[in-house]
Design a binder for this molecule. Sequence first.
Ligand code: FPP
Length: 258
Amino acid sequence: MNTYAQHVAIIMDGNGRWAKQRLMPRTVGHARGAANVRHIVKAANAMGLRYLTLFAFSSENWLRPPDEVSALMGLFLQYLESEVAEMKAVGIRLRVIGDRSAFAPMLQSRIDQAEQETAENTGLNLTIAANYGGQWDVLTAMRAWQAAHPDRSLQDLDAQALSLHLSTADLPDPELLIRTGGESRISNFLLWQTAYTELYFTDLHWPDFDTAALGKALTWYAQRVRRFGRTDEQVLNASAVSHVPTPDLGIKKDVKIG
Ligand code: FPP
């Protein structure tokens, strides 16, 4: 049995269908989704979660109709404008991961400002993935490693070194990934970082995913047995015998198991 998850990542799916079921435009679903981001972030901070990473906009979401893309950008900007004061008050640290160079200059500067203004906070570490893709993250990390080590061969690149160049280098890997909206896919989210993550899928659409639903997912996680490539017996023995280490799959380790 696990303790509570420290790092939860969420694919917030189902805004469009939530709206469609109510005969409303998709953008209304996104607005309700943004309201739920406010709610869940506060709840996660209040319950003492250390890291929460939310997939707000994927590298592929640019393919959506222009009015939907601009509604999502607007909601992200509004979120930064309305929430940073509260984040400062309650100690939430905000980071944004993804290729922000594609965003409007005003949004880019708001992101920079929000990150700077919350950098010293020691409560929940909130990470918003925006214009993010897991493949982009790995490729960018490999290129960054090569640029930092021009005289070395790619043969010298190992998992630990690559992890240190990912956009999540400061974060532990998520123990729990939640996807709302009834689909069972990773959709190019944290591909590298979820190698050993427990995956939780719920049919609830994101606007309906409330504090009780988050609690249910955390309870489900606490009941999982994490094997990290080992057998059930090895895991049981490792928890019974204190000198057998449980692998720490945090980002700064060279993961060579399973
Ligand atoms: C997926 O639902 C959701 C998104 C692509 C965007 C998520 C954005 C928000 C929750 C709001 C803005 C974010 C912040 C941080 C304020 P979908 O549109 O794919 O739903 P569907 O599968 O039902 O069509």
